[in-house]
Write a protein that binds this ligand. Structure first.
Ligand SMILES: [Zn+2]
Length: 424
């Protein structure tokens, strides 16, 4: 299919310029002013910007096993609505993605029915039980892009060292969900002012920082690539900074919610403010924003974690941790950080695209002739209103329900195919 995008502003190398863009054989064939080529489809993108398709390193698609929360079809449609053209699926499905058959199931479903590309992350340990190393080499031959026990954290340092050594042998990046169980205890929200005010048990920031410190040391010893999921505290960032200054191959991501919300959001006992790691202090949030700007934080990842209403709509301490994130990521960050001048637009876009791609050596993430035609087209002047009816994910657990944010995704194209469209 040949697609001609007319009258758009094109985001290329950090700059926005008025040009036309032509797609042929799934790739960006030409970018130039006033292109008049024959096409099967012409998109008039006046007033919109064409960005590289967003790449999410951290998503829970819940398929197989928990498809009442989400499945590969609804999950990738929700992703496409948010401008994402590729997502990495975490392995905490039922059964856990710890073998090649499970990897192939996800790849096949996504290829046949998905609205975005899906890269599979395999489990770090068998069943993510934290007891035995998984068959990660076999899964790598099947195409996994990383290993992780996300949602869980290997508590045994000796086993973690073995996992990192094994992963290093096969050059597989290891993604950690840093949480020391003894320190986190039965905590519900960040340990601090708001946990005292609400009486909810707190999770010390040390629970995150202790494991990050441990795993940086273990990864250095093993010579492994370590990616830290959803970093959330100022002290954790100092650990990463020291590791990067040493030249270690350590990367990290931050979620949209840790960039704009703080523990204060938990004052109303809304279970959609309950996630791991918990929303932290204003000082932590600001440190994350600064670290994203400086490049200390490599990229933004949503940690899209769907849960059904019946699971979230209950007492705070009984509700599961996590929120959905695909559909709100860009507009919430654009509205709350870019428009007020806190974050440059190119930092936001690059953190969602090229900077994410680089962490796991994924293709895509930039607009240039010859690149695969994974792009989105966003109207920065339109508003997106989020409510349960408009959300395409099967789950509606978002802290931003009934809110409107600036910026609306009009199209998402994956390999030149229009996989999502919302035009007036
Ligand atoms: Zn996690």
């Amino acid at each position: 299919m040949k697609v001609l995008i007319k009258n758009a502003e094109i985001y290329q190398n950090g700059k926005i310029e008025k040009q036309d863009l032509y797609i042929e054989r799934k790739r960006i064939a030409k970018i130039a002013k006033e292109l008049n080529l024959k096409a099967d489809k012409v998109i008039d993108a006046a007033g919109c910007v064409v960005f590289p398709g967003f790449i999410d390193l951290h998503a829970h698609l819940r398929d197989p096993g928990q498809t009442y929360k989400e499945d590969i079809v609804t999950g990738t449609l929700s992703a496409a609505k948010g401008g994402f053209t590729a997502v990495c699926a975490m392995p905490n499905t039922q059964p856990v993605t710890d073998n090649i058959a499970s990897v192939e199931y996800i790849q096949l479903r996504a290829k046949e029915h998905g609205f975005a590309r899906v890269y599979v992350i395999g489990a770090l340990t068998k069943g993510s039980m934290g007891e035995e190393i998984s068959e990660m080499a076999t899964m790598k031959s099947g195409g996994i892009v990383a290993v992780s026990d996300d949602g869980k954290c290997v508590q045994n340092a000796r086993l973690m060292l073995s996992c990192l050594r094994y992963a290093a042998n096969f050059d597989i990046p290891v993604i950690i969900h840093p949480e020391d169980y003894a320190l986190a205890g039965k905590g519900q929200i960040n340990s601090g002012k708001v946990s005292t005010q609400t009486g909810l048990p707190g999770i010390s920031s040390l629970a995150e920082e202790v494991i990050i410190a441990r795993d940086i040391m273990l990864a250095e010893s093993a010579g492994a690539r370590l990616h830290i999921a959803h970093i959330s505290t100022a002290a954790a960032l100092e650990l990463v900074q020291a590791a990067k200054q040493k030249g270690l191959p350590i990367t990290c991501e931050v979620t949209p919610h840790h960039l704009v919300l703080t523990e204060d959001a938990c004052l109303g006992f809304d279970t959609n403010t309950k996630m791991k790691p918990p929303l932290r202090t204003e000082a932590d949030r600001k440190a994350c924003v600064e670290a994203l700007k400086s490049g200390l934080i490599d990229c933004i990842a949503t940690d899209h974690a769907p849960h059904a209403d019946f699971e979230k709509e209950r007492e705070f301490d009984l509700a599961p941790f996590g929120i959905i994130g695909f559909e709100t990521a860009f507009s919430v960050l654009y509205d709350e950080l870019v428009l007020p001048g806190i974050l440059p637009l190119n930092t936001l876009v690059d953190s969602l695209s090229i900077r994410a791609a680089k962490v796991l050596d994924l293709p895509g993430g930039e607009i240039r002739p010859g690149a695969v035609a994974d792009i989105n087209i966003i109207d920065l002047n339109a508003k997106t209103y989020f409510d349960k009816d408009s959300i395409l994910s099967k789950s509606k657990n978002s802290p931003w329900l009934e809110r409107a944010f600036q910026a609306k995704v009009r199209y998402t194209l994956v390999g030149g195919n229009i996989n999502y469209q919302d035009t007036p």
